[in-house]
Ligand binder design. Sequence first.
Ligand code: FMN
Length: 152
Amino acid sequence: MQAIIVYYSLTGQTAQAAKYIAKGLEAENVDVVISLNAHKATADDLRNKDIVVIGTPVHVGAPAMELRRFLNKLPEDALSGKKVAIFSTFLFWGSDTALNTVEEILRDKGASGDILRMARRTSILRNIWNALTGSTKDEEAWIAFGKLIATS
Ligand SMILES: Cc1cc2nc3c(=O)[nH]c(=O)nc-3n(C[C@H](O)[C@H](O)[C@H](O)COP(=O)(O)O)c2cc1C
C-alpha cells in the first residue's frame, strides 16, 4: 500500500506531526511515498495512492489558506476509492471547526466512508519541554494515529 501525506506548516509543528504519522504508517508496512508541503503538491501526487492523509495548523478557527487552496483545486473525483485521514495542530481552540471544513472539502472531492481524524495541541514551548523531560507522548500519539490509519 502507498500513502501520501500533504500538509501545510508555517512553524514546523504540523510538519513534525506528519513525520511521526509517516513513521506509524511505515511501521505497518505502508510505503509513504511523499510527505510534502501543500504549496508543492498537485492532484497528480495523489494518483495511485491508496491512502491520503491531509494535515493543517488551525488558523483563526479554520484550515490554513495554503492547504485550502490545494484542496479546492483538486478534481471532483480526486479522493474516490481512497482511504482518507485528516489531522491538525493548534494552540487553543478551533481544531474541530477546522477539521470539519477540511472534511467537507474532501467529501466534495470524492472521499467516502469514515475519515479518521486527530488534533493535538502543540507549541514550540511544549517541544522544548518534551526535549528537556524526555517526554515522547506527542510523538507516540501521532505514531499511533499513523498505525491506526494503516490498520483501520
Ligand atoms: C495566523 C495564525 C492563526 C492562528 N490561529 C489559531 C487558532 O485560531 N486557534 C489555535 O488554536 N491556534 C491558532 N494558531 C496557532 C497554530 O495553529 C499552532 O501554533 C500550530 O500548531 C502551528 O502549526 P505549524 O507549526 O505547522 O504552522 C494560529 C497561528 C497562526 C500563525
